[in-house]
Write a protein that binds this ligand. Sequence first.
Ligand SMILES: Nc1ncnc2c1ncn2[C@@H]1O[C@H](COP(=O)(O)OP(=O)(O)OP(=O)(O)O)[C@@H](O)[C@H]1O
Length: 576
Amino acid sequence: MLKVLSFLKSYKKPIYIALLLMFVELFVELLSPLFIAKIIDEGILKNDLSVVLIWGGIMVGLSLVGFAAGIINSFYSAHVSQSFGYDVRKSLFDKVQSFSFANLNRFPTSSLITRLTNDVTQIQVLVFMALRIAARAPLLVIGGVVMALIVNWRLALILVVAMPLLLLFMVWLMSKGVKLFRAVQEKLDAVNSVMRENLSGMRLIKAFLRKKHEQERFAKTNHELKDETVTALRLIELTMPVLLLVMNLSILVILWFGSAQVNANQANVGEIVALINYATRIMFAFSVFSFILMGFARAKASSARISEVLDVEVDLTDGEGSLLKESTVRGNIQFDQVSFKYPNTDEKVLKEISFDVRASETVAILGATGSGKSSLFQLIPRLYDVNSGAIYLDHQNVKTMKLEFLRKQIGYVPQEARLFSGTVKENICWGKENATMDEIVEAAKAAQIHETIVNLPQQYETILGQRGVNLSGGQKQRLSIARALIRKPKILLLDDSTSALDLQTEAKILEAIKKQSCTTFIITQKISTVMVADNILLLEDGMIVANGKHNDLMKKSPLYQKIYASQHHEEVVGHG
Ligand SMILES: Nc1ncnc2c1ncn2[C@@H]1O[C@H](COP(=O)(O)OP(=O)(O)OP(=O)(O)O)[C@@H](O)[C@H]1O
């Protein structure tokens, strides 16, 4: 909790002002019963109107001061709590951005979303309450008891006995609350997760007629969230009856002994009225206090979840820096005995991979599904780190380079073309900020998407729907290729990103890429694409089983011959 609350450090001044104003409000509140006692005993009972008017006037004046203090306190509390929430969210977002994939795998996406939104809100609410009323409640209790002792110490002892009992009850309540609210937040994660999967997989759900199944799945998680929340709220509901019982009993006892004291002339009626007044204020303060304690329990559960994210040690660290200069990077890539397994798994998905690619060459990677092609790609921009061996860019180990420097040299087109909401132009520029219109058009032309774009209603300014739903699969692929090409990368990684394109369009794109003279890695299933590559890596079970040019492989690799034959509908016999 302290770690998250340390974000409040930047707001010391407004916090002090808010607390000061809260004390002003409290002061006014605590003095009021004293004035009432004075008005009754010295004004009403003695028929002295001037005393009533003077002390009544002072009371009204002070109330106005308290009122103004309350309003200004609200302004400051809102400002501090909102700014605090902004800072925590920003910090969480930055942290998640710095995560490696191994780090990301620790948290389900939906849970990260809940942590960034709902969990931050819980703490934000607590901070607001703390500045607005939190300290007031316990101080009102303590102050109320002290004032009651001053007015009539014997009767006030009844309150002194009742308070610790209530306090113990509150402590018990809070310890239970933290656990229950943590469970509530976890159930909220689950609801968000189902919701997220449904929204992103809506087409599939409709096509597979899985609406009912999904509704049931959602109903189940929703139910669990409701049940968990009800359990937590029951705990809070328990507070008021217990509070009322203890305090009403105390008031009864005060009235009983108070009337005896008045009859014996040991106390004034005003004193008894003041004591009852303090008792009801204390009871009110206690109910506020219990409300805050619940808020605290909830915020404590949430802050633990936030700290879990903030405390993650990012396992992909930046290298010292590159000896290479951006302008002199050529794009030679060397894999030296590279082995890799995904974090928290046992099996190596790449085993002792070694190959050399000279700058500007095109390398095709061919292999069955699950053979490790995408995994190999992800190692080049260091989305994951190798477990053994090394990858070199222009003879320098990529691990020693600054991540930003390394990734700047690389254009990556992933398997699934993912676009962002915004215009076509913004989507292409996403690859290079401040790109000129000429550069954008050039990249679009190279990716063979320019013609399509100029036929859109607002050409490059056309707004794409959520994740580009108004473009076809092939158009999306070409747009994401344009996004990579605009960077003028030294190394281009195409992860099966031409799968939805016809052979002619694909050939044109490859030709345009060739002109950019960048080292190009293409994962593809199409033998026609493979045939024009300078080198072909044939992957099987995470190992390179053959490499060379098309003609070499046709001679020496039975697997390659089989793939070739399957795509050319002919039996290949006797090669090799
Ligand atoms: N994030 C991950 N965590 C754990 N294992 C993974 C992860 N991603 C992939 N794998 C495993 O690594 C192996 C290689 O996967 P990879 O995606 O590299 O294959 P691929 O050759 O690109 O397949 P495809 O052609 O189907 O895309 C598979 O066995 C897969 O189950």
